[in-house]
Each structure stands twice: as C-alpha cells, then as structure tokens.
Design a protein around this ligand. Sequence first.
Ligand SMILES: Nc1nc2c(c(=O)[nH]1)N(C=O)[C@@H](CNc1ccc(C(=O)N[C@@H](CCC(=O)O)C(=O)O)cc1)CN2
Ligand SMILES: Nc1nc2c(ncn2[C@@H]2O[C@H](COP(=O)(O)OP(=O)(O)OP(=O)(O)O)[C@@H](O)[C@H]2O)c(=O)[nH]1
Ligand SMILES: [Mg+2]
Length: 447
Amino acid sequence: MEATIAAIATAPGMGAVGLIRVSGPETFSRVSQCLLGQKDCAAFAERKAVLTKVTEASGEVIDEVLITCFHGPRSYTGEDTAELACHGGVLVMRRVLQRLFESGILPAGAGEFSKRAFLNGKMDLTQAEAVMDLISAQTDLAMRAAHEQLQGKLGNQAELIRQEVLGIAAHVEAYIDFPEEDIDTDTGAALSKRLQSVASQISKLLHTAEQGRILREGVRTVIYGSPNAGKSSLLNELLGFERAIVSDIEGTTRDTVEEVINLQGIPVRLIDTAGMRETADVIEQQGVSRTQAQVKTADLVLEVVDGSQPRNHLLTEQDIEGRHHLLVVNKSDLELHADWQDAGGVRISCTRGDGLDALIAKITEELSMGAAEWGGHAVAINARHQACLKRAKAALEAAEQTLLTGAGAEFISVDLREAMEAIGEIAGRIDTEELLGEIFSSFCIGK
Ligand SMILES: Nc1nc2c(c(=O)[nH]1)N(C=O)[C@@H](CNc1ccc(C(=O)N[C@@H](CCC(=O)O)C(=O)O)cc1)CN2
Ligand SMILES: Nc1nc2c(ncn2[C@@H]2O[C@H](COP(=O)(O)OP(=O)(O)OP(=O)(O)O)[C@@H](O)[C@H]2O)c(=O)[nH]1
Ligand SMILES: [Mg+2]
C-alpha cells in the first residue's frame, strides 16, 4: 500500500491562509483523528470546504481550518486527498503538519504529489514537468508555453508520432513472418517516405529546444568589462532598482550577481561580473576567473566599456565565438575618447539613463526576439525531451539506412522499436524507478 503523505503546498513563510495537502489511502482515517471530536471527514461532502478544528492528541485546539476532501480517483493525485486551509502563520502550519505526522502520515518528498498523479494516470510526464515549468515561469511567454504543455499538447504530439512509427513497424514486421519475401521496391519507397515524414516532425520539435531552454532558464546575458566601466550600474538600470553595489573603487563587484528581467516576454538572465584586470587580491582573482567562466557559457555578452577612457583589453573573436555580442560604450555624458570614435556599439549613460531604450532594442534585435517563432504558443521542449527525440531520430535514420541496403525486415524492426521506445519516454512510457526519481526530485516539496 502507498504511504499517506502530507506537505505544505503554499510558499514558505507568513500568509493569510496556508494550504496543507494530504494524499494516500489512509488520508481520511488519519486526518479524522486530528479533528475536533475526531469527526469523520470521509463523510464530509466531497470537494466542499468544511469548517472544523485541528486539535492536539490531548484535545487542545491548534487551529480552525477549512478542510476539503477529494475522494480518489477524482483528485489531483488520483488518491484520496484532503486539503487543510489553515491560518498562514509559520508556527501554526508547522504544528498542524506535525500533528498530521503524529497521526501516522509521512512527509511528502519533492514532487511526490505530481509523481503520484503521473503514476495514477492523471497526467503524462510532459504534463507533470509542465506543472513545475508553470510554477517557475518568469514571463508571460514562458507561462503560456508551460500552459500548452500542461494541456497535453506535447504529450499528444509525441503519442501521434509514436503511433505512426508503430504503424510502419507493423508493416515491416509483417515481412518477418515470410522470410522468403523481400520488401519490394514500391513498398520500400513508400515506407522510406513515411519514415522521412516522421523524422521531419521530430526535427520540428527539436528546433524548439533552444526556445524551450531560454523560456525555462532565460537568455544567459553576461555583463563583461574592465573595473569601473559601469557594469553594475547597467545591471541596476536594466533592473530598475539598486541590486548591485556601485562605487568608484575598482574591483567593487567580486562575485557574480544574477537577476532575471523580462524583455518582450523573453526572460533575460542578467549576470553582472567582477571587472577584468590583473590583480594580487586572491578573492578578486577568484571573481575574475568566475567572469571568464561565465563568458564561456553565455548566450549574449554585453561588453561594457568606459567611453571616456582609452581602449584596453577587450574580448577576442575567440572568446565570443558562437555567442551573441554587443559593445556597450558607457558614460556618454563624458567626452568620448578618440579610441571609441569608430568603434560602433551602443552609447549609453547609466548616470543619465540615456540610450537604454536603444540598448534594449539592440538586444531584442540581436536575439531576433521579435521573430514570429516567439509569438506562436507552440510547445517548447526541455533537455530531457530533446535527448529522447535525438535518440528517436537517429534510430529512424538507421531504419531508413537499413531499408535502403535491402537488409531483412527484422533489422529494420529493431531500429523502429528503439525509436518507439525513445518517443514513448517523452510522455513517460518508462518503468525505470530511477529515472522517475531523478525527474521528480527537482520539484518542490508539496507539488
Ligand atoms: N486547492 C487546490 N488548488 C489547486 C490545485 C490543488 O491541488 N489544490 N492544483 C494542483 O496542481 C491546481 C489545479 N489542478 C488540479 C487538477 C485536477 C484536480 C482534480 O481534482 N481532478 C479530478 C477531478 C476533475 C474534475 O472535477 O473535473 C480528476 O482528475 O479526476 C484538482 C486540481 C491549481 N490549484
Ligand atoms: N559619468 C558617469 N559615471 C558613471 C556612469 N556609469 C557608471 N558610472 C560611475 O562609474 C563608477 C563605476 O561604476 P560601477 O557600475 O560600479 O562599475 P563596474 O563596472 O561594476 O565596476 P567593478 O564592479 O569594479 O568591476 C561609479 O562611480 C559610477 O557611478 C556613467 O554613465 N557616467
Ligand atoms: Mg560592479
């Protein structure tokens, strides 16, 4: 029998109301023990909030709560579930939860409610992942993509593709029973066409991987430059509040400072870094090596320079290879040094707030964020989906290759089965406990 589990479902900290969720076969019997007069909550009207009290084993009242009972399978997890809406004090919630544990209910692990919803067929794996994406979405676009996925769009697409491969496999396998018969050229050509069509559908999904990563994690934008160039000032200007310390002392920023802003619906993760220079200070040295590491993983590098000062070591072509790059010439309120006369880039002044709109427009343009692809509410896959789809695509290509060489149907069939398995994993047609554990452990407790 599954354990009965409980966790606080609302954000940690003080709130007007806080929700505790309980799920599992013993939900009603255990929760009833904790209610005033040990009222049998299994008899409460289903899915209706009922006002009652939670008491200590001694009978002392802990809190007045609204409790809602969902009888499995009609619940989020598919199991019997109770929701206790308590007064949202940190101590109150903790005591109610503690009381539930004393009655024999166990603490829920990270993502355990959603994992149970998945195991009970309430949602597929892409939908369970979408729950987490939705919670962590930082912009409208990210939220919409997560919503589409939660509605089952990706899971359905994957299932359609799997069905198509299954159809092809069935056709191919019909030949296995008749070893004297080869796949004739006409059939071969038709099968090959179908394989290509499936492969192109997979490619389309694979093309959304970059968009998916950006919607989930943001465009990694590293603010780079010499000390005092005004990197932290730029971060603060773009954020609209004083996040990082700004001073005229070189080497003010040592550790990286990260914040996400919303540019036309795209989350942009700004990373302010320690200014680049030779330094004897061991802590600053560490900061500088962090800066170098950040540039290596950046999507976009904003290279900030002090326009009133001569040019000194800038990023090389090699440093920025494969990344977007913009030169930002700061301090336009001061006289421009001749070195920057023909340097191009965007001129701004953080102290005056000049040129920031132009800079934002330039960033948007650089990332082609205005492009139509961001407008459509298409699903955008995550790294796990991407790995499955790549495997599937490779297997389909192998199948087509085998078909071309005229090898036996059983060889093609092996490749097609591999493709089906890989596609099936997207929606969670897997039975490895280990993999599920890995996916759900990244969720938050109470989800
Ligand atoms: N109070 C509360 N609010 C919440 C949640 C929750 O668990 N509790 N959710 C948690 O993420 C989200 C809503 N998701 C839910 C999805 C399905 C069911 C559910 O009871 N499904 C049943 C009945 C369906 C129906 O009545 O049409 C089912 O699928 O059989 C509940 C919540 C957001 N708001
Ligand atoms: N005149 C002028 N001064 C600026 C401008 N932007 C920043 N400053 C000043 O330049 C100095 C350095 O700014 P910071 O933003 O701390 O520079 P930083 O690049 O983060 O420096 P480190 O953290 O040391 O690498 C501060 O005194 C700022 O007030 C600007 O547009 N014009
Ligand atoms: Mg700084």
